[in-house]
Design a protein around this ligand. Structure first.
Ligand SMILES: [Zn+2]
Length: 451
């Protein structure tokens, strides 16, 4: 098959081990639950030994506790290990990188987190290849074969925007992943997306739940015939029931909710029976207080990242672990996700809808901001709030720049006010959201839908 040959070639050209690793890990979910747990614990023990030996921050944590990695023999022992927070990462970033790491080869990641708290951290190439392999393994569930085309709904970056049309098309075709830009969403864009979908004939749709949902709702409303796919994999934000319903009808395929984060990747994926299974070879998960009833904040340990390990990392998402058993045959433990990343898209008078993720990107690389939020108060007005760190300076220029970038989304039709504040109030769900659209909430309320 040509697709498979191109897919293999594309990996070889960029020196990616993802396809080889994919072959190694594809059978892991079929292992018996006991074997899954045994391997997971062995990986965790190996990570702790590595952290103690090579990572200055963790070496100090072990010294302060007066124990070594080999003293952590049970989950209860591990539960006494300190939690890693965003504040610790910001304060101790360089000490979290393993000695002997070639820093020039690390990939810098920036995240608004799930809560509008900016963070900078690093992944190495091996972990990134593994992460790609984990994504391919998720796709296997609906019958995807390596090399079949993937429609990828994900925010464009500067590198993609700088490409010529020809380079962009060649690159998408070779990589077997065609990227659609959720930062440009309007009926006219959806018309173009439809033409492209018919041309590139994907078997998988992958990306932001709200963008895929919005396109599907447009297709159903206008009667546009969308090409049928094998499966839809929604990530980066909560998949709402009405989005799931629309995309499953429009694309005539099952939607799978995928749970990951930039910091700890490939955390869990829904199976064909709709149960979230933890990817136990990638992640060791705990909840903050297992004795309490109901959803609890997750503490996540990434088992594949050696250059900058995240051990018992609190990422602000909530859920329950091990609450039930799924009959699908997977040996990976079942879990429930209750609160995860939610962002509102913003809609403008010119018909353009911009995915909330666009706004997070405006704070990428900005130092000195502890938390931020974009609030669309009316079709023509956006407010940007940012809480500065104590010693921050130069933020007035940053805020003025962000104001300019926001107003450029709908020139002449949009005003933006950007302010530094001492606090940002939390939503009714108790969680901070990095975008809030009062326009969308009013429309939802009028339509009788929960926001
Ligand atoms: Zn299952």
């Amino acid at each position: 098959m040509i697709g498979n040959a191109l897919f293999t070639l594309a990996h070889r050209m960029r020196g990616s081990a993802a396809l080889r690793v994919f072959e190694e890990i594809r059978g892991e979910p079929a292992l018996a639950a006991d074997e899954v747990r045994r391997r997971q614990w062995a990986r965790l023990s190996g990570l702790l030994a590595h952290a103690e030996a090579k990572v200055p921050y963790y070496r100090q944590v072990f010294a302060d506790l007066g124990i070594g990695a080999r003293d952590i023999r049970t989950p209860a022992d591990f539960a006494a290990f300190p939690v890693l927070t965003k504040d610790i990462i910001r304060a101790h970033g360089p000490e979290l990188i393993a000695e002997g790491t070639d820093r020039s080869k690390l990939l810098t990641h920036r995240s608004g987190g799930s809560t509008g708290v900016p963070l900078e951290f690093y992944h190495d190439r091996a972990a990134t290849d593994l992460s790609d392999a984990g994504t391919y393994r998720n796709f296997l569930q609906c019958g995807w074969q390596p090399g079949e085309m993937i429609a990828f709904f994900w925010g464009f970056n500067e590198r993609i925007e700088a490409m010529s049309r020809l380079e962009f098309e060649a690159r998408q075709y070779l990589r077997r992943s065609y990227q659609f830009d959720p930062f440009q969403q309007s009926d006219a864009d959806f018309e173009r997306w439809l033409v492209t979908l018919r041309r590139v004939r994907p078997t998988i749709v992958h990306g932001y739940a709200s963008s895929i949902g919005l396109f599907a709702e447009w297709a159903l409303r206008t009667g546009a015939r969308v090409p049928r796919v094998k499966g839809l994999f929604c990530t980066a934000e909560k998949l709402l029931p009405r989005q799931r319903d629309a995309m499953e009808r429009a694309f005539q395929a099952k939607a799978y909710d995928v749970y990951g984060s930039s910091e700890v990747r490939n955390i869990a994926c829904e199976c064909s029976r709709g149960t979230f299974h933890l990817n136990a070879d990638f992640v060791y998960a705990e909840v903050e207080d297992p004795l309490l009833e109901g959803p609890q904040p997750f503490l996540l340990t990434g088992l594949i990242d050696r250059s900058m390990p995240f051990i018992r990392y609190r990422n602000d998402d909530c859920g329950t672990l091990g609450a039930h058993v799924c009959g699908c045959g997977s040996g990976f433990p079942a879990m429930k996700l209750d609160i995860a990343r939610q962002s509102d898209s913003f809609r403008f008078e010119n018909g353009r809808v911009v995915h909330g993720e666009f706004f997070t990107h405006l704070f990428y690389g900005v130092n000195g901001v502890r938390m931020f939020q974009f609030r669309q108060l009316a079709l023509d007005h956006i407010e940007v709030l940012a809480v500065p760190e104590a010693a921050a300076s130069g933020l007035d220029a940053v805020m003025a720049n962000i104001r300019g970038q926001v107003e450029a989304l709908a020139p002449g039709q949009l005003t933006c006010e950007a302010r530094l504040v001492s606090e940002i109030p939390r939503s009714s769900a108790g969680k901070h959201r990095f975008t809030v659209s009062l326009v969308q909430h009013a429309a939802d309320a009028a339509a009788g839908r929960a926001a």
